[in-house]
Design a protein around this ligand. Structure first.
Ligand code: ADP
Ligand code: MG
Length: 387
């Protein structure tokens, strides 16, 4: 466990806090301020105890050659100021205001390259470092790693958001109660292969749906018609299936499919069990797969879910994803711990209005997958261990 900001003295001290204010914006107007809202508890925890805060964030992808109006964090500073009811200074030169938001870190090319000089400039005047940016915690950028080297000897701690992510994605999973069931779906097989590999022998059952199932079905010599397949990963999928056979983990692929010829509302569909005809492709798991998957989830004590079961954006191809989400919600109600990662899975849960039914919905897509692969992040490893 990492030392949390709540456990250390901050009165009269300046906390350099890396947050994720990479909010969606249209013409300088923030369209969704959830990331700012979510950072409030950590910021307030410092301010309420008499500390001062310098916030660090990136926003979008500026060129790295200095200030660009459209990537400025000024609108974020204004919104934060409204939410906190106190002044937020958006400046790189201000060293004394109680609450400062530095301009977009990526205006300086040193951020992405992890530059030491930029990091030591960031750390000037800071007494404590706090990482609360889980979504970028798997990166080795200057504000995440080099800055911690620059502040060696000073307290370096986790913010409340990061602590919560680590609690679930690391602690809960490492000490998982069984049956431990992992549901994987979505489109990107390559992203999720490492997760399967790492979890072999640790989880009881892996359920695979979504487009990624078709690469595995081809690897098991099934005919998948024109379903989405990552052809250059078929061999890897085949080796992985052999490794599964040799492990204590059971991997279940959908035995039937909802198939279509176009991804659009109202297009004709057929349920296919067995070979999928050429010209047809799987758009959702079939009814038998739905009941196999939901039955498996019923008895689970720990559930990790990443990736939708079908093209959930286009109803009725959202049914499989919806049923899985409902089954996970019910298992959670009966005492299971449920952890959801991935942008599309989180969006689906929101659309089904099941957010409050899950134990934890991760804020980091790439970061949560890398945690599930068992990778260590320097930006986390360098933080002080809890005493
Ligand atoms: P997440 O963001 O939760 O990690 P991914 O980004 O890997 O998930 O995948 C989500 C995408 O996968 C969605 O856009 C969804 O439409 C697509 N998808 C799911 N099943 C299929 C399928 N059978 N065929 C094509 N696309 C699919
Ligand atoms: Mg996605």
């Amino acid at each position: 466990m990492k030392q949390s900001i709540e456990e250390i003295e901050v009165a009269g001290k300046r906390v350099l806090m890396r947050v994720d204010f990479n909010v969606p914006m249209v013409d300088g107007v923030i369209t969704d301020d959830r990331r700012i809202q979510m950072a409030l508890p950590t910021i307030k925890s410092v301010i309420d105890r008499g500390g001062m805060v310098t916030l660090l964030s990136h926003l979008g992808r500026p060129s790295g050659n200095g200030f660009e109006e459209k990537f400025s964090l000024v609108p974020v500073a204004n919104r934060l100021s409204e939410l906190l009811g106190s002044e937020v200074s958006c400046s790189d030169d201000d060293q004394s205001s109680p609450l400062i938001l530095r301009e977009n870190l990526r205006f300086n090319s040193g951020e992405l390259s992890g530059d030491k000089t930029f990091a030591s400039e960031l750390s000037t005047g800071a007494d404590i470092y706090c990482n609360d940016a889980f979504g970028t915690a798997h990166r080795d950028h200057a504000s995440l790693v080099a800055v911690q080297h620059a502040m060696e000897g000073k307290p370096r701690v986790a913010g409340l958001l990061l602590s919560k992510e680590l609690e679930y994605l690391d602690h809960t999973i490492t000490n998982a109660k069984h049956p431990f069931v992992v549901v994987l779906g979505g489109a990107k097989v390559s992203d999720k292969m490492g997760v399967i590999e790492h979890l072999l022998g640790k989880v009881d059952t892996i359920l695979i749906g979504g487009a990624m199932a078709y690469t595995f079905l081809v690897a098991s010599n099934e005919q998948v018609g024109s379903s989405v397949v990552e052809h250059d990963r078929i061999e890897d999928a085949r080796s992985l299936l052999v490794a599964v056979e040799e492990s204590t983990t059971t991997l279940i692929l959908p035995q039937d499919h909802v198939c279509a010829q176009h991804i659009e509302k109202g297009t004709p569909v057929q349920i296919v069990k067995g070979p999928i005809p050429n010209d047809w492709f799987g758009v959702d798991i079939g009814p038998e797969a739905m009941s196999t998957f939901t039955d498996t989830l019923k008895s689970a004590q720990t559930i990790v879910w990443n990736g939708p079961m079908g093209v959930y954006e286009t109803p009725p191809f959202d049914i499989g994803t919806r049923q899985i989400a409902q089954a996970i919600a019910e298992a959670t109600e009966s005492g299971a711990v449920s952890i959801v990662g991935g942008g599309d899975s989180a969006a689906a849960i929101s659309a089904f209005e099941l957010n409050s039914k899950m134990t934890h919905i991760s804020t980091g897509g790439g970061a949560s997958l890398q945690m599930l692969e068992g990778r260590a992040f320097s930006s986390v490893t360098l933080l002080d261990d809890a005493v």
